[in-house]
Design a protein around this ligand. Structure first.
Ligand SMILES: [Zn+2]
Length: 367
């Protein structure tokens, strides 16, 4: 009897110990569950970001989706108009951008960042157009250009001819629309997978000076946006990081469309991304996927210093955002003249560059 009691006692002790352990484990889990999620290390993540490595078949499929007719007729033509900040033309171009983005299946969140700023010609209303694929993703790759046109008086002998800024920057805007159209299904899938890095497009207003380029008369839209992004907590509710910290890289397109452009690397901290542009150009050339492209490396040239170029990246650069500035240097000969028109645009160059950027985006976002 004594032995049975002892056994029962041991069993009771064992059950009690198991229960205590189970309760303590449960409590432990509950305590962990109640803790706020650890803030993502945006800075470490963007430094460690590795691009994908698309196969030859994937590269061929990606670039076959770039459609020159669509780029030219659907995206570019409606932008080839006067579009100074606050004008009717500006409003029409914004509507065009909305309708193109709306027609895509990826599901872009589009918004207008409107504000009024003092200019040498009095207060003017400006509107940046912002589109983000997944607003909740912790990090963003920012692809941008300016959509406003510079105020250039028309020639009194030909008053019908107005400044349309084809290379400055109607073509870059049309390229951005073609990029997201060509990659639409890939971007849709990318969004469904809730990837940590998403794509944001920005069409800046007021990139041009109204009169003489200065710190106060230029870059109206980018100065405003960089400032507001630096005040918005991101991820929402974060006490440590802002939307500006969420920007992995700003890829700024400008002055694109003239034949034989040269693009140089402007910043050491983004040289590895410039190298991806070089690699994409070489790869597409060697696969025979570029037209009117005589040398393996025609556009993206390293180790040439063209000096700093002031553009819409400056307000972001000053706040620590890494920048890849894709701007033709030397500038096109017709810059800021009435001759910056559609007939000066070299179709093969624009198509080739769009293909290079399709590969770049697919690698960066691991599409
Ligand atoms: Zn310009």
């Amino acid at each position: 009897m004594c032995r049975v009691r002892l056994l029962l006692l041991c069993l009771c002790v064992l059950v009690a110990m198991t229960l205590t352990l189970a309760v303590s484990l449960l409590n432990h889990q509950t305590i962990q569950f109640d803790l706020p999620p650890k803030p993502p290390d945006l800075f470490k993540d963007k430094l460690n970001h590795q691009p994908g490595k698309p196969t030859i078949a994937q590269v061929k499929r990606l670039v076959s989706q770039v459609n020159w007719e669509r780029l030219w007729y659907s995206h570019l033509r409606p932008i080839l108009t006067e579009r100074q900040p606050g004008s009717r033309g500006s409003r029409k171009v914004r509507k065009h951008i909305f309708s193109q983005l709306d027609s895509l299946s990826a599901g872009w969140s589009v918004e207008v960042d409107s504000f009024i700023s003092e200019t040498p010609r009095g207060p003017v209303s400006f509107s940046n157009v912002l589109a983000v694929l997944d607003p909740m993703a912790p990090r963003r790759l920012l692809l941008a250009c300016h959509y406003d046109s510079k105020i250039i008086p028309s020639d009194p002998s030909d008053p019908q001819k107005v400044f349309v800024g084809a290379s400055d920057s109607a073509v870059p805007c049309a390229m951005m629309l073609e990029l997201v159209t060509a990659l639409d299904l890939h971007l849709k899938k990318h969004k469904q997978l809730m990837s940590r890095v998403t794509l944001q497009l920005v069409f800046f207003d007021g990139g041009e000076a109204f009169e003489q380029w200065s710190q106060t008369d230029s870059l109206y839209g980018s100065r405003h946006l960089a400032d507001s992004m630096s005040r918005i907590p991101h991820p929402p509710g974060s006490e440590q990081t802002t939307l500006l910290n969420a920007m992995d890289l700003l890829v700024l397109l400008d002055l694109i469309g003239a034949p034989d452009p040269m693009f140089v690397n402007h910043f050491e901290n983004t040289a590895r991304w410039f190298d991806r542009l070089i690699a994409a150009e070489k790869r597409l050339h060697n696969l025979g996927l570029l037209s009117s492209h005589p040398k393996e490396l025609t556009y993206f040239i390293k180790d040439v210093n063209m000096g700093p170029v002031e553009d819409d990246h400056i307000p972001f650069l000053q706040r620590g955002v890494p920048v890849l500035h894709i701007i033709a240097t030397p500038f096109p000969s017709f810059l800021h003249t009435l001759e910056d028109t559609a007939d000066k645009i070299h179709s093969h160059t624009v198509e080739n560059l769009t293909k290079v950027l399709v590969v770049f985006l697919a690698e960066y976002l691991r599409l």
